[in-house]
Design a protein around this ligand. Structure first.
Ligand code: HEM
Length: 528
């Protein structure tokens, strides 16, 4: 059969590499040898021993034996789809990022939604945070916004992430629970880490049992920077707003759905796209400067806090549309590698200590998960703009650059010398001035863990407050150690008296504990 154009990858010199895609009619081995019989192994006589000589059998079993790769250490269960981002308003005054220059222009995108704690085969509707990871294949490189469906996080410093995740995933001795937050280790850790309290209120709300991925908000969580052509930096928080509005199921529905259809969310996304009912979000930006950051009640580097939309309104600048399911789940959804450090000229980091840790963690874990530093060549991970560098070799090096030079500077001309630096186009960090004592310490403004939790709780409608109360009661009723239950209530006393009381009653606490230290006076009276 003649190869379809899509079955051929072209190398640097235009030479062709064939890719096995499963749509040629003749079954072959990996070596291209036509297979005569795929039903019977080679035997010495119909009832005799199987022969070592059977290269087809051995190749087939060998490859099967190596099909599995490690699942993600977090966010193992996920579902991805292709689409595009369309800019609706030029932001050239704020950022030089190519993707934000021309209104109406579309940029290819891949998005993976996920749960956090459950393993790859866990159900879609545990009470859990959802990942919302967006890869934008811009003309100046891949930009990943690796976010969640909740705008705050459990911890302020990445050094606590292994502890948080160990506590949240199955307990090491018993191997359960698989995907629920309802267990002693999780509640023990978070109740000993008051910085988690704001997040606890958010995760006990209906946001953690979304009706589907199409009905979720997304957040970049951290404060990032946008940088314009003059080098001026503006702080930014990223928001994805679902066109269908935010919707959740009720807890008893979630429990039933998990039993009846553990693939509920991925099925919903698949069906919607296949039916032409394309999921869509608006990209919203909260933009602010140093003057605002200096006077804001909280530190803009603290990922356990939001900036209320009433304080900094959201500016809608584009839309994200998912219009194509993957061809192959493993090749795309499983092997896609998102990384917070994938940014482009015109975007930059801040010193958020959670973000700085993430920037190290993702690439590191992906080397382990995908097995080779060349995973960037996988079609789902490769940029869609031209790229050229002198990285070479390693496992599965398929596209080492052609020619003599594999270093620079070099004195070989354009044909042989390879790519060159371009200071005018290339990525520059914002030249922020930094100084300080080298110490393990947190900024003072990171210390108020309750005011925003209270603000969030009071902003909820009565029925939503009841759901939050019910969720605490359900989860804590699964916690066996009385001291841990009481400690959670001691934090709730710093959030809202009535909530603490209702939860204490619900779980049958013998006596009301004292409010956790630091107690009430620290709480700011923020408007709900
Ligand atoms: C994976 C979000 C904090 C380490 C993910 C994924 C998302 C996400 C959406 C799934 C990516 C995918 O679909 O492939 C977040 C958010 C965080 C956060 C919003 C806080 C604001 C952290 C921190 C660390 C971390 C603090 C470590 C220091 C990881 C790792 C993976 C992951 C190792 C697996 C990546 C892979 O195997 O490809 N995270 N995360 N995350 N995250 Fe985070």
């Amino acid at each position: 059969a003649r190869m379809a154009e899509a079955d051929i990858l072209r190398g640097q010199g235009g030479e062709t590499h064939q890719v096995a895609r499963g749509d040629t009619p003749v079954l072959t081995t990996q070596q291209g040898v036509p297979v005569a019989d795929d039903q019977n192994s080679l035997r010495a006589g119909a009832r005799g021993p199987t022969l070592l000589e059977d290269f087809h059998f051995r190749e087939k079993i060998f490859h099967f034996d190596h099909e599995r790769i490690p699942e993600r250490v977090v966010h193992a269960r996920g579902f991805g789809a292709h689409g595009y981002f369309e800019l609706t308003e030029s932001l050239s005054d704020i950022t030089k990022a190519d993707i934000f220059q021309r209104a109406g222009e579309k940029t290819p995108a891949f998005v993976r939604f996920s749960t956090v704690a459950g393993n790859k085969g866990s159900p879609d509707l545990p009470r859990d945070v959802r990942g919302f990871a967006v890869k934008l294949y811009t003309k100046e490189g891949n930009w990943d916004i690796v976010g969640n469906n909740i705008p705050v996080f459990f911890i302020q410093d990445a050094i606590k992430f292994p502890d948080l995740i160990h506590a949240a995933k199955q307990e090491p001795d018993r191997g359960f629970p698989q995907a629920q937050t309802a267990h002693d280790n999780f509640w023990d850790f978070v109740s000993l880490s008051p910085e988690s309290v704001n997040m606890l209120l958010w995760i006990m709300s209906d946001r953690t049992i979304p009706r589907g991925f199409r009905f979720m908000e997304g957040f970049g969580v951290h404060t990032f920077r946008l940088v314009n052509a003059q080098g001026r930096s503006t702080y930014v928080k990223f928001h994805w707003k679902p066109k269908l509005g935010m919707q959740s199921v009720a807890w008893n529905e979630a429990l039933k759905i998990n039993g009846a259809d553990p693939d509920f969310h991925r099925r919903d996304m698949w069906n919607a796209i296949q039916n032409g009912d394309f999921p869509e979000w608006e990209l919203g930006l909260q933009l602010f400067d140093d003057a605002f950051a200096d006077k804001f009640e909280f530190d803009i580097l603290d990922a356990t806090k939001i900036i209320p939309e009433e304080t900094i309104p959201i500016r809608k600048v584009g839309r994200l549309v998912l219009d194509r399911v993957v061809d192959n789940f493993f090749a795309e959804t499983e092997q896609v590698a998102f990384c917070t450090q994938n940014i482009v000229p015109g975007v930059d980091f801040t010193n958020d200590p959670l973000l700085q840790g993430r920037n190290f963690s993702y690439l590191d874990t992906q080397l382990k998960r995908l097995g080779s530093p060349n995973f960037t060549y996988l079609p789902i991970n490769a940029p869609k703009c031209p790229f050229a560098h002198f990285q070479q070799d390693g496992h599965m090096a398929m596209y080492n650059p052609k020619g003599r030079a594999n270093y620079e500077p070099n004195s070989w001309g354009p044909a042989q010398g390879g790519p060159r630096e371009t200071p005018e186009r290339g990525f520059h960090s914002v030249p922020v001035v930094e100084s300080g004592e080298k110490r393990r310490v947190r900024a003072e403004l990171f210390a108020d863990h309750y005011s925003q939790a209270r603000q969030f709780y009071l902003s909820q409608a009565a029925v939503e407050q009841t759901h939050i109360k019910d969720a605490f009661v359900f989860e804590l009723s699964k916690v066996e150690t009385p001291a841990i239950r009481a400690r959670v209530v001691s934090h709730l006393l710093n959030v809202d008296d009535a909530l603490a009381k209702r939860v204490a009653e619900g779980i049958g606490l013998d006596a009301m504990p004292a409010a956790a230290e630091p107690a009430r006076p620290v709480i700011r009276d923020l408007k709900p």
